[in-house]
Design a protein around this ligand. Structure first.
Ligand code: GRF
Length: 218
């Protein structure tokens, strides 16, 4: 049995799917035991049902403030005996007390090469900046949005005619490789934090950088 892991979602849940698929394989150090969505219409809930993993809808509108919403999420995690948390397209800012309660046990995936392009519109920012390479970052969560020790990054080329849709689709391809790999590193106890940076033992450095195949084409 792997470390008991919850995934928090708000939408499609394609990263959730990648995590479900990877943790279902023999030898996984993590096991997904709970899925929490703040939205009842998130497609990720259908993915949870298909995988046979318990899901809870905790609608943020049902709570007077962020602190009481976060307390409800925290209670759901503790009821399920959760040890690790993955934010996967969870579109709510979490309060500092919640983040600190799960310090070094909560991962997030962001669709840019942090620290560039923090926030909800990362792909718009990348296209506006004209960068030739973008990507994704899996990091431990700290109270300030899209900050925290980086475990792994994925590299994706930005092509001349890219739109937010094409760039986000290409970026998701590497996200789905990076996120399960990062969870495995955390769940297997190979991550230590020193001076605000993540140190990862027993893995070749190249495994911490995922390249989209198009980077090396032509
Ligand atoms: C991903 O791009 C992720 O990086 C960002 O939100 C998106 C979620 O997509 N945080 P999905 O719901 O996993 O398909």
């Amino acid at each position: 049995m792997g470390r008991r892991t919850a995934v928090l979602i708000s939408g499609s849940g394609s990263n959730l799917q990648a995590l479900l698929d990877a943790t279902a394989l023999p030898g996984s150090s993590a096991e997904i035991v709970l899925i929490v969505s703040n939205r009842a219409d998130a497609f990720g809930l259908e993915r949870a049902r298909r995988a046979g993993v318990p899901a809870r809808v905790i609608p943020h509108r049902g709570y007077p403030d962020r602190a009481s919403f976060d307390a409800a999420v925290d209670a759901a995690l503790r009821d399920a005996g959760v040890e690790l948390v993955c934010l996967a397209g969870f579109m709510r800012l979490l309060t500092a007390p919640f983040v600190e309660a799960w310090r070094d046990r909560m991962l997030n995936i962001h669709p840019s090469l942090l620290p560039s392009f923090r926030g909800a519109d990362a792909h718009v920012q990348a296209l506006m900046a004209g960068v030739r390479v973008s990507g994704c970052t899996v990091h431990l969560v700290r109270p300030e949005m899209d900050t925290g020790p980086i475990l792994l990054q994925g590299l994706v080329p930005v092509l001349p005619d890219d739109t937010v849709e094409t760039l986000s689709r290409r970026t998701l391809e590497v996200e789905h490789v990076c996120y399960p790999r990062a969870l495995e590193l955390l769940a297997s106890g190979r991550v230590t934090i020193a001076a605000g940076l993540a140190r990862i033992d027993g893995i070749a450095p190249g495994r911490l950088l995922v390249r989209h195949p198009l980077l090396d084409a032509g």
